[in-house]
Every structure is written in C-alpha cells, then in structure tokens.
Write a protein that binds this ligand. Structure first.
Ligand code: NOJ
Length: 763
C-alpha cells in the first residue's frame, strides 16, 4: 500500500514521467531509475545526451528546439532567463523519453550582482564572505533558470603572466582548497536539487594554471609529487565538498592532453578519488586532440575522449559524428557509452530535473518583467565582500584615510570604467549597474568635499593591444579610447591635481588584460599610465594609487611614487562604493594577498612555499654562490599573506602545548595578537608548518590554517591552532601520503615572511 502510493507520488512528480512505462522503478531509487531509463534509450538518444551546446545569438532557436525534441541535445550553456530556456525544456518534454535538459553558464563570481574576481575573493581570507558570493550567485542564477555553473575555478596559479590567474584563488593549495570547498557548498546549498541551488562544476581538471611560460593553453609538465602535494588537492577538496561535476582542462599533462588522459580521468579521478559525478570537456577540446597530435582524426579523438571518461562534449560535434561508427566497429563498447550517459543523467537527477524539469524555470506567469532590473541585485552583499577584498599595500605618513572635506583630483583610465569594474567572466553583470570609483567617491563626499575628475590617460597607448582586447569575445568593445593626444590628457590631469589636496589615480589593467587568452610577457602598468603617474608625482601632491588588475603586477616603481597604494583587483558591481569606504576610512582594510607580487617578470615563478634547496640565498651576502639573481633582490615585492590596516597588530608569545606530538594526538600552537593601533580592525593570523627534515626536500613553509579576527584598539586575544598528524602529511616519492617522524617548525605570522617560530617533534 505504502509502496504503491509512493510510486504514485513519484510518477505524479515526474511531470508526465520521463519514463512512462508502468514497470518504471520509483524516482526515489536513483540507480534503478536511471538504469531503466537507459534501457529504454536508442543509441542516438544516448549520444544526444552527451552533447552540450553553446547558445549564441546567431543560433536559430527553431532548429535547436527541433534537435532537442529529437533527443539530440543534453544541455546548453550561455542561455539564461526563463523565457529563453522554457521553450527548450518544452521541446525536451516533447521528446520521446522526455529527458529534461539542463542549462549551464559561467556564473563564476556572481550572476547579476558581480562580486570581486577570484583573486579578490581569496584576498578576503574570509569563508563567510566567500560563501556569500556563492550563495548569492546561486540564488540569482537559479532565478535566471540556470541549473549548473562552470565554477569554482581552483587552478593554482604561480605564473602571473597567465591571464586566468584572475579567476582562481591564487598560489596556495590550502587557501584555494578552502575557498573551492566553500564555493561548492554555497552554490549547491543543502542539495543541488533545491530550486535555489545550482550544481558546481569544478575546473579545470587538471593543472591548467601551470601552463608553461604562463601562456594560455600551453603544455604542462610536472613531477608527480608536486602535482599531488600542490596542484591536485583543491580539485579534490571541491569534489569532497560534493561538486556535481568536473570540467576537464585544455592542456596536456606530461605529454598527454587531459581530455584523453585515462590516468588522470580514470585512475586518479574515478578510482583514487571515487568521483561519481559528470565530467565535461572544455570548449572544443575533443576536436583539439587532433591538434595536440594524439589523435589522427575526429574518429580517433572521439574514441580517446570517451575512453578517457569524458562524458559530455562541449560545443564539439565529434561525439555525434563518430560514436555511431565507433560503436558499430566495436571500438567503443556499449558499456562505455552507457557509463557516460549514466553520469549525465545522474547529474540531471541530482539537479532535481527528473522530479521537476521546470524547477528553476518556474511557471510562465511568474516570469520577471525585467531580468536586468536593479531589483535583482544584492548590492549590500556585494559591497560587503568587495570591501573585504581590498588590500592596502602602502600607507606612508598615514595618507589614508582621506578626509571627505578635501578637494580630490580623481584621475586614471580606470577611475570611471564600469565594464572593467566587473572583471572578466562577469556572467550577466551589466556595466550600467557598476558603481565606478568616480561614482563611489562622488557619493561619499557629496555635500562636503570636491571631486575634480580627469581621465589622464588611456589604459594603453598600444593600438595593437587595444585591437586585440576589443577582438576578445565580449558582448561590447572593451576599450573605448579617448582620442586626444596623450600629452593633452596628462596636462588635464595635472591641472586637476594642482587644484587638489590629494590625487587619487586609478591605474592598472583593463579587465580583458586578465582573461582567458590574455597572457602577458610583462607585469608592468602600461607605459602611458606610468607617464601619467610620473606627471602626477611631479605636482608634489599626496598621491594615492588605486590599482585595478587581475594578476600581481610588478609595481616596484609605482610603490616609490605613491604615498598610498591600494590593491582593488576588479571589485565588482559595488566596487566604487567599497573603494570609497576604504579610502575614507568607513571600512578598515583587512585583505591579505593570496598571491606573491614579484619584483619583475624575470623572477617568475615566484611563490612563497617553494621547495628547500642546497644553497639558499642569505640576505645581505651577495656573491656567495647562493641561489639568487645578481641584478635584483631575491625576495618578492609583496609576500603572500601581506596586507596593511589602518590599525597595527602585534603578535607575541608563540607557544606550543608540547614539544612532542604523538600520532593521533594534537598539539596546540597559541599566540597573542594585539591591536596596537587606534581603530578597530581585522587581521589574519596565519599558521605555517615546515617539515625540517624529510625523505624529500619539502617547502620552506606551507600554510596549514588561519584565523581572521576583529580586535578593538588595545584589545589582545589568544589565537590557538590545533596541529595534528594530518597537517604534517605529504605525498612522498612513492606517492604515499605520510607524516614522517622528526622535527617540524611551526611559524605564525600576519604574512608569510614576518613569522615567529617554534619547533616540535613528531614521534
Ligand atoms: C572555455 C573556458 O576555458 C571555460 O572556463 C569555460 O567554462 C567554457 N569556455 C565555457 O564558457
């Protein structure tokens, strides 16, 4: 009786039932339900489920609906809003088996409300802030009739020439893994089936951030221990947090493209990690196996990809064209096809689409009047996270915070740049919603001080670069140059500066400069902007440089010119308000760098947790046959974990609860942190561990934990970290994850360089 009514309920919910046959197992039983569905499918319908297409304005809608109704498409990306997606889902409901479509999009750091780019999110070192980004993005994306996002992007980036450094969470394994996990949980909520959740597809598996020379799409060559210790954990953390899918990287790994890499996709991902979700190729990646030189032709490419375990092909026709022949010839087995289909259907099941194909599309009478309306935005959340993402790099003579009564000259090509404020991969963010720095400052000082604005320079004086950036695949031209000669622009800015008490110059990169396919060979602020800075400096007025950029820049020269330096990344819809909050002291900056800032491009790769070596450099002793460049200091310009506040903080009395750690026990490291300044503020206490002597050379230090805390002026608090065997484990030369007995150093600091140290022994 009970069984019958459950079945009836299930059948009712399956909205005209994906599987109409009376023998269909109940929807509650995922595996049986999917197996039964597969048993009903024709080969063409199965292959159709593996096809993920990009919806672009050029694609005839009628044709797409026909294809869907014929069971030849499994999902789309780039189409959003209920009125757009509903007709496609209706078409799926007209297909023979009524298998629902899913709708995906790159909702990376926001959907309508744009939050700071990945690096900015990471600079908050604040998992509540990160969760706010993911949750808000999911709510807005789900309301845009989206089921899935191609995020989080957890590629470790240690070569800032790579434009996609902007999208990730920096150079550190632990911090990136933490953020990746928080994002997955926030996107998916308690279940990816919830109407306000979207499924997370972690990307780009694997090692995409390690492309040689930082040149996008280039090859990756890496030792296995480095891979396992530094690069793979964030993907695994996202998967352990429940990410429903994995997007496969475009690069090769030690000679084998990820898309055809059976070791990576089967041995590591499925067998070692137990991943059960869907895998999706990156754009056109199956076809690219031919250009990688591992497939003779399309047929071989399709075969390699499906055998490697690539379930869905993104905007690639090869599965459709080649799988029938491959199956017929027995080169691909029915079981291999069924497995890929099972995973796609499993993801749809997990997104709640079999239960209700319209779970996020909703009913037509509930469609929004204006999907682009102001009322869709979550501005408070965006401002809160944006403020937390800003990193104060310099503040000489307490130039900041500024007085709201001052006359401020606001200059620079990025001072009034609504498109750039959003950063790359800004989903459906709209520039007209962006608060620029100009607008943020104007609002902040309204009725008090005075703002004099002059552009001062274009982003770059290099026409070829402008053409390149405008050619990139964005909806509108990214860079609209002021046609006046550079000298005229500078002259206007200098005049503005001369009338002012202080100059705020917003300089750096346009968003397209830190994007997919936007690798650079230099990390400098473009020359024409430097000429502007030089002219502003010559006025003798206090100079505040506000940086907008999606990668560490080598700003040694700028640091000398500036009285204050604020790193703002691309801060999103509320960026201008957030920057004003910090410039005027309405918010005390608390961001810390999630990535090292090198002095020059020649130092790359430069990251704090490099492996120990036999001849380390000794500061102050040049020419002593140690590892160094003779023409530049060894260290970074700004280290990982660094960032100032309007307050000052002091650490003291690092103590361990013991000097021996037994396996299974924990050791406590405690330290007193005191706000020695005059204003309340937050800081991040960072715990690093060094394996003093091991079977392999280990990093000089590795981040193992951190705590962000707010302290009133004069307030002191003890921060305690637990250290256990888990924190000491690493993959050794045989790829066994071990904690080796012996000495360890514990380092605690407010950045990765200025640390206090204690040691203990693991028994
Ligand atoms: C290519 C990019 O590499 C990937 O990150 C993105 O998700 C897809 N295109 C879809 O837009």
């Amino acid at each position: 009786m009970m069984k019958l009514s459950l079945l009836g309920l299930a059948m009712g919910l399956v909205s005209q039932a994906a599987v109409a046959a009376t023998s269909a197992p109940p929807l509650e039983n995922k595996q049986a339900f999917i197996d039964h569905l597969i048993s009903q499918m024709t080969e063409a319908e199965k292959i159709g489920q593996l096809r993920l297409i990009s919806i672009s304005p050029e694609m005839p809608r009628e044709k797409i609906r026909e294809e869907i109704a014929a069971g030849r498409i499994g999902g789309t990306f780039n189409s959003r809003t209920a009125p757009e997606n509903r007709p496609m889902q209706d078409a799926a409901m007209r297909s023979r088996l009524k298998i629902p479509m899913f709708f995906a999009y790159d909702t990376v750091h926001g959907e309508r409300t744009i939050f700071p780019i990945g690096l900015g999110m990471a600079a908050t070192w604040d998992m509540n802030a990160v969760a706010k980004v993911g949750r808000t993005a999911a709510i807005e994306a789900a309301a845009d009739a989206l089921d899935m996002t191609f995020a989080p992007m957890v590629d470790i980036a240690r070569d800032p020439r790579w434009g996609r450094t902007s999208e990730g969470f920096g150079e550190d394994t632990y911090l990136t893994a933490k953020i990746g996990q928080a994002m997955v949980r926030a996107f998916q909520g308690s279940s990816p089936a919830n109407p306000d959740s979207i499924m997370a597809i972690v990307k780009h598996f694997a090692l995409y951030g390690a492309v040689e020379g930082g040149r996008d799409y280039n090859t990756v060559d890496m030792s296995l221990p480095k891979m396992y210790n530094d690069y793979l954990p964030p993907y695994r953390a996202a998967i352990d947090a429940g990410a429903g899918g994995v997007m496969v990287a475009l690069n090769s790994i030690n000679g084998v493209p990820a898309t055809s890499n059976t070791w990576l996709m089967n041995d590591v991902l499925r067998k070692e990690w137990g991943f059960k979700g869907v895998t999706i190729s990156d754009h056109g990646a199956i076809q690219e196996l031919i250009r990688h030189g591992v497939a003779r032709d399309g047929r071989e490419a399709a075969k390699l990809a499906i055998k490697a375990g690539i379930d869905m092909s993104m905007n690639d026709t090869l599965y459709g064209e080649e799988l029938p022949g491959l199956l017929k010839a027995g080169d691909v087995s029915q079981a291999e096809l069924d497995q890929a289909v099972r995973e796609v259907l499993g993801a749809k099941y997990d997104m709640g689409l079999f239960k209700n194909p319209y779970v996020r599309i909703g009913a037509a009478q509930n469609d929004l009047k204006d999907y682009y309306g102001e009322d869709r935005l979550h501005r408070d959340a965006a401002r809160d996270v944006a403020r937390r993402s800003l990193v104060l790099l310099e503040n000489r003579r307490q130039t900041l915070p500024l007085s709201k009564d001052a006359t401020i000259a606001l200059v620079g090509p990025l001072a009034d740049a609504p498109i750039d404020m959003m950063g790359s991969w800004a989903a459906d963010g709209r520039p007209n919603h962006s608060v620029t720095v100009r607008e943020g400052l104007r609002r902040a000082i309204e009725g008090k001080g005075k703002l004099v604005y002059a552009k001062g320079s274009n982003v770059t004086g290099d026409k070829a670069i402008v053409d390149y950036l405008n050619f990139l695949d964005f909806d509108a031209p990214q860079i609209v140059d002021d046609p006046r000669p550079p000298a005229v622009l500078i002259d206007e800015a200098v005049k503005a500066a001369q009338q002012a008490d202080v100059v705020v110059a917003v300089v750096g990169e346009s968003r397209g400069m830190s994007h997919e396919s936007s690798s650079r060979t230099t990390l400098q602020v473009p020359a024409n902007q430097r000429a502007l800075i030089e002219a502003l400096k010559a006025t003798g007025k206090p100079l505040v440089l506000v940086l907008m950029n999606g990668r560490p820049l080598s700003i040694g020269w700028e640091r000398e010119q500036a009285d204050a330096l604020l790193e703002t990344w691309f801060a999103g819809t509320e960026g201008g308000n957030a920057i004003a909050d910090v410039l005027f002291g309405d918010y005390n900056p608390s961001g810390k760098l999630p990535i090292t800032f090198p002095r020059s491009v020649g130092q790359i790769p430069m990251y704090y947790n490099h492996t120990r070596i036999g001849r380390p450099f000794t500061p102050g002793k040049p020419g002593n046959y140690t590892s160094q460049y003779f023409d530049e200091p060894n260290g970074p310009l700004y280290p990982f974990g660094y960032g100032l506040s309007y307050s000052t903080f002091e650490l003291s009395g690092l103590a361990l609860s013991g000097n021996k750690l037994k396996r299974g026990d924990t050791l406590q490291a405690s330290v007193v942190v005191r706000n020695t300044g005059k204003v309340a503020g937050e800081t991040v206490v960072q715990l690093y561990v060094q394996d003093a002597s091991a079977s392999m050379s280990r990093p000089v230090k590795e981040l193992k934990n951190f705590q962000k805390l707010m302290l009133k002026p004069g307030e002191a608090r003890t921060v305690t970290f637990n250290i256990s065997e888990e924190d000491l484990k690493f993959y050794n030369g045989q790829l066994q994850r071990v904690a080796e007995p012996g000495a360890f150093n514990v380092q605690v600091g407010l950045d990765s360089e200025a640390v206090q140290q204690q040691d203990f022994e693991l028994l």
